[in-house]
Design a protein around this ligand. Sequence first.
Ligand SMILES: [Zn+2]
Length: 311
Amino acid sequence: MFTLDTEIAWGMKGDKNWQKEFENTRQVVDGLLKLLDKYQISATWAFVGELMREGEDRLYHAPDLLKAVMDCSTPQEIGCHSFSHPVMDDAAFKADDMDKELSSCVDITKSAGVELKSFVFPQNKIAHIDRLSRFGFVCYRGKDKSWYAKFPKFLNKLAHVVDEYLLIAPPTGMPVRRGEVLEIPGGYFYPHKRGWAKPLPVSFRARKAVKGLRKASDKRQIFHLWTHPFNLASDPKELLHGLEAIFKEVAQMREKGHIEVKTMREIAALRRTSLAMTEYGGSKSLLPKGDLEGLTFARNDKGEEMEIASS
Ligand SMILES: [Zn+2]
């Protein structure tokens, strides 16, 4: 699974340090779509709502980008990354604000014939999950469950760099039900080529992702790769080259029947474990060839649904 937080400048409003990358995002998306099509990989593109609307500033408005993604011959999922990229776990950000963010996104995409089902929280700051299903969402991306995720900030950064250089296999996992929606675990952020990540060889990123794919295949779980298109613009040629190495492996493993490639909404449709999911599940073509449907679930002491066995 591959998700892209599609925001151009929305995640770092007014930040001039990434100006060149913001300006080159369209080009890199073009290259990425060609690769996805070449290897027939469907990804989930979580768009910032305002980015999909017409407007003068091309770093904050890009309906052309939405069109390009929708026009890809290999179908791509359009997901949602909020309307204006607020920090949603901030105490000042209330449920009403969440409702406004979500309804604005639904309104914009309706006219483009898109039904939003998958959500990615800005900065992966998760809050107000209970509002998602009211607007038709069935899943969101959870945080990466790295071994250093709970370290304090400074140690976390250091451990992240160590983790990249040691090529530790990224986490894989299974969806967990949270209220009416599914949390689909994050996995590996494909790093840009700036700051701490500049000296990190691109081949390391690819090798690490391939470890994630093999681990997912062995454990029959999900490996979830994600990044921002503008991150790729920090070294388009090399970073797209690295992604191609990953996609090649994906295609080979899929060919051998070791993995399947799914978008977020497809995973959610596979896991029809509640009435809400069943109603959404609809299309038979999305239903399991694979193992997910046979999974059975129980609740842990926090009331979360956990996998206990597969048939
Ligand atoms: Zn973002």
